[in-house]
Structures are given as C-alpha cells and as structure tokens.
Design a protein around this ligand. Structure first.
Ligand SMILES: CC(C)(COP(=O)(O)OP(=O)(O)OC[C@H]1O[C@@H](n2cnc3c(N)ncnc32)[C@H](O)[C@@H]1OP(=O)(O)O)[C@@H](O)C(=O)NCCC(=O)NCCS
Length: 176
C-alpha cells in the first residue's frame, strides 16, 4: 500500500468492481482507452483473479470518501527491468491533480523499492492531459512519435502515438 496526501494506493479487490465500471463506462475516458460494458468489467475481474498479482498495479482510492477513482500501475518487463506506466481516472475527478499525485508515488515506488532501471509510457498524440503529466509533471523525456500507430475507436482514426521515458539515474537527479 502507498499513501499520499489525498490518496491510498492499494491492490484492486472484487469490491472495486462498480467503481471500476464507473471509470470505464465513460465516453470521455473512452476517447483514449477502451470503454467497457459491465459484462466486460466482470470478465476483467474474473481473469485478474486467475492471473499472478502485479505488485506495481494499484487501485487509487480517495481518502475522503473511500471511492476508487482511478487505476495506476507499472507493468514490469523482467528481461530488461523496465516498466511501462499506465493510468486511467474517473472523468468526474479529472483536473484535480489526482493522476499526477498517484503517478509520482508509483514511479518513486518502482524506482526506489522495485529497483527498476527505466520507466516508459505512451499515449495517443492528441492526449494532451496525459502528455502534460508525463512530460511536465513526471519529467519524462519525449522520445519520439510513431505515425499511424494505433486505431482510436472513439475517433475511428489511425492515430500517432507519443513515447516517453525516464531512467533511474535521470529520476534521481531531476525528481528527488
Ligand atoms: C489522463 C488522465 C488520467 C489525467 O487524469 P487527471 O487526474 O485529470 O490528471 P491531473 O489532474 O493530475 O493532470 C492533468 C493535467 O493536464 C491538464 N489538461 C487537461 N486537459 C488538457 C488539455 N486538453 N490540454 C492541455 N492540458 C490539459 C490539466 O490542466 C492538468 O494540468 P495542471 O495540473 O497543470 O492544470 C485522465 O484524463 C484520463 O483518465 N484520461 C483517459 C485515460 C487516459 O488517457 N489514460 C492514459 C492513457 S496513455
């Protein structure tokens, strides 16, 4: 478990299903990640129960009301000890700094406790909130874009992706 000023980051449990669905049913969220029906959310939880738990994947819970308002996690590639950061937050709670607060804590945890060498992330090129978080809040380096990288279901367009990353050395210099 990780505690920040306003948030608790803990493993997701079956009790989080409705809050999880609240996040993923949203049209606004669906602009940048796959939307989910209730059935798809249920299937996701079933699959998760059977898979090996990821120690770097967190449900983000607001202290003030105990609601899970987002997910934030890093998928470790054990071959190179690098992690891929991803996150999604309930649109009713956007632009209050919650994603930034959670990501800073998770990145720190992965570098300091997890001993990862590098953390990377990517997003659709027109995902301006995510770009700001990665570049301006987490101080990741913009490492380039790939054109026509992924199909965006919401816009029905093949769209470019932007790539970001930071090494542990850079993190220790810039962020601590
Ligand atoms: C990306 C996302 C997680 C951000 O969550 P959040 O809690 O609103 O993030 P924060 O409040 O910490 O930071 C967002 C920043 O982007 C800024 N921002 C938001 N929309 C913006 C836009 N259209 N253009 C420029 N900046 C924008 C906010 O003002 C804020 O910066 P500030 O704190 O300096 O004002 C949320 O928008 C989301 O869930 N999006 C859908 C899922 C997604 O895109 N996940 C990432 C996939 S790679």
């Amino acid at each position: 478990m990780i505690e920040t000023n306003r948030l608790i980051l803990r493993p997701m449990t079956q009790d989080d299903l409705e809050d999880f669905y609240d996040i993923f049913k949203s049209e606004q969220v669906g602009r940048f990640v796959h939307r989910m029906s209730h059935e798809a959310a249920e299937r996701y939880f079933e699959k998760k129960k059977k898979s090996e738990p990821n120690p770097y994947s967190f449900a983000v819970v607001l202290k003030e009301n105990n609601k899970m308002i987002g997910t934030c996690g890093v998928k470790l590639n054990k071959d190179n000890n690098c992690g891929e950061l991803s996150y999604v937050f309930n649109a009713d709670y956007w632009n209050k700094g919650y994603c930034t607060e959670a990501c800073k804590a998770v990145v720190k945890y992965c570098f300091i406790e997890g001993g990862m060498h590098r953390i990377e992330a990517d997003c659709f090129e027109d995902n301006y909130a995510s770009t700001k978080i990665l570049q301006e809040k987490l101080l990741m380096n913009y490492e380039g874009s790939i054109k026509n990288y992924a199909f965006n279901e919401a816009t029905q367009k093949i769209t470019a992706f932007k790539f970001f990353g930071i090494t542990k050395e850079e993190y220790l210099k810039k962020c601590i």
